[in-house]
Design a protein around this ligand. Structure first.
Ligand code: HEM
Length: 213
């Protein structure tokens, strides 16, 4: 049985405009971060390639968002990554992290500029020290959608991200993307990991800035 109300249109009233005060476990991600010790394992023709990378991530609060009665607070993010030995972008990614206070639902949407999108989902308590979100190809709710070429050559079957908040205020992640590379019999585990330290505080969401004026 689904947990949703019969009235799918009425939005919540008296919504607190202060996103930073309502982000639950996502609060600790808000701001701009840098990580200089990233490690990537990616599939190359000659076999797995391991590279080190430098990462910058900006998470900024957005105004509260409602799907009828479903209320989300969230962050819009942009990840930009350079390999330590190259000037060209190594990885770029944008999306949203969303928190539904009523249910503890945590969502990460991600878009990668090679024709791939996903929505990964998990649940967490407001004071959680760890977040885990995952998505699977073929699932229509929390799935992965790719170009025809990626489906043919690098079929992406699953994605899982684990974020751990560290006692010193930094946070770390391990991202596991399972790829079926054309011509190979075993899945390839495309793994990325890094630890990020804060370099700037977030800017309050637009509605909160207006409310303060
Ligand atoms: C820190 C995060 C990541 C980094 C640094 C990274 C880096 C890379 C690199 C360097 C390649 C090889 C590209 C090439 O051979 O031209 C690659 C391949 C790939 N990555 Fe990632 N990646 C990251 C995260 C992800 C995520 C989250 C997904 C999907 C959910 C993903 C999906 C893929 C796919 C499908 C390929 C194979 C297709 C291709 O080579 O273009 N990656 N990644």
């Amino acid at each position: 049985m689904n947990p949703f109300p019969d009235d799918i249109f009425t939005e919540p009233e008296d919504v607190d405009p202060d996103t930073l005060a309502n982000l639950g476990p996502l609060r600790r991600l808000a701001g701009t971060w840098e990580g200089r010790k990233g490690v990537d394992l990616n599939p190359k023709a000659e076999g797995p390639e391991q590279r080190e990378y430098i990462e910058r991530i900006a998470f900024q609060p957005i105004d509260p968002q409602a799907n009828g009665p479903q209320l989300f607070y969230g962050l819009r993010y942009h990840i930009h990554i350079l390999a330590t030995d190259e000037d060209a972008t190594f990885h770029d990614q944008v999306g949203y992290w969303l928190w539904e206070p009523a249910t503890g639902l945590v969502l990460q949407t991600l878009a990668i500029p090679r024709g791939q999108v996903a929505i990964a989902a998990g649940h967490a308590a407001p004071d959680a020290n760890t977040l885990v979100v995952s998505a699977a190809r073929g699932q229509t709710e929390y799935g992965i959608c790719s170009t025809t070429f990626l489906e043919y050559a690098f079929r992406t079957d699953s994605y899982r991200l684990e974020v751990s908040f560290n006692a010193d205020g930094s946070w770390s992640y391990v991202s596991d993307t399972t790829l079926m590379v054309r011509g190979r019999t075993e899945p390839f585990l495309h793994r990325d990991s890094n630890t990020l330290v804060r370099i700037a505080e977030p800017t309050p969401n637009p509605l909160m800035l207006l409310a303060r004026e």
